[in-house]
Write a protein that binds this ligand. Structure first.
Ligand code: ZN
Length: 194
């Protein structure tokens, strides 16, 4: 199978074989023989978001005058940090007050999934989700909040085992109406997975 952007499947497999060799391991020993193939397949899956356009996932409906807060919370995501290519993962919470349009509920997790399956920073992931929803829905107010654990922080260096990172962007009526913002934080109860 050939990936036009990242080169061939085979070259990823070969690269994984080289990494194994460079550690001093024998890539031909029983337990490792099939590993390069599995690694190539895994990375292809984890980075499959480049082959998809999240704006194609936007299916909108008329809001029929609904202009209260809609919260879609605790959307699981798994991504790879662009600095270390190690996983970071957690929950995405999205809240918006529609103007004329609402988004099909299943689409939120689809959008999160596509952006997550790329090399990312948490900040950029937050902004990409926010910008897409802002551009397509033009809601009265929007908030996107992500809480995540970064394995590059937990496994390496200072090993900050307990820390989590939270990023939030909001605009419009969510900056002015405290009751909407409060409701969002109650809905998302911003718990961090451990
Ligand atoms: Zn990192």
């Amino acid at each position: 199978m050939v990936n036009s952007r990242t080169g061939t499947y085979d070259s990823l497999e070969e690269l994984a074989r080289q990494v194994i060799s460079l550690t001093g391991e024998d890539p031909n020993r029983e337990g490792l023989k099939e590993t390069p193939k599995r690694v190539a397949k895994t990375y292809k899956e984890l980075l499959s978001g480049y082959e998809m356009d999240p704006s194609h996932e936007i299916t909108m409906f008329d809001s029929n005058g609904f202009n209260e807060l809609v919260s879609v919370t605790e959307i699981d995501f798994y991504s790879l940090c662009e600095h270390h290519m190690l996983p970071f993962f957690g929950k995405v919470h999205i809240g918006y007050v529609p103007d004329k349009k609402i988004l099909g509920l299943s689409k939120f997790s689809r959008i999160v999934d596509i952006y997550s399956r790329r090399l990312q920073t948490q900040e950029n992931l937050t902004k990409q989700i926010f910008d897409l929803l802002e551009n397509k829905l033009s809601p009265k107010g929007l908030i996107v909040s992500i809480e995540a654990r970064h394995l590059c922080v937990r496994m390496r260096g200072v090993k900050e085992k307990g820390s989590s990172t939270k990023t939030t962007i909001k605009n419009g009526i969510l900056l002015k109406r405290r009751d909407f913002a409060d409701q969002f934080f109650i809905d998302s109860h911003l718990k961090v997975i451990s």
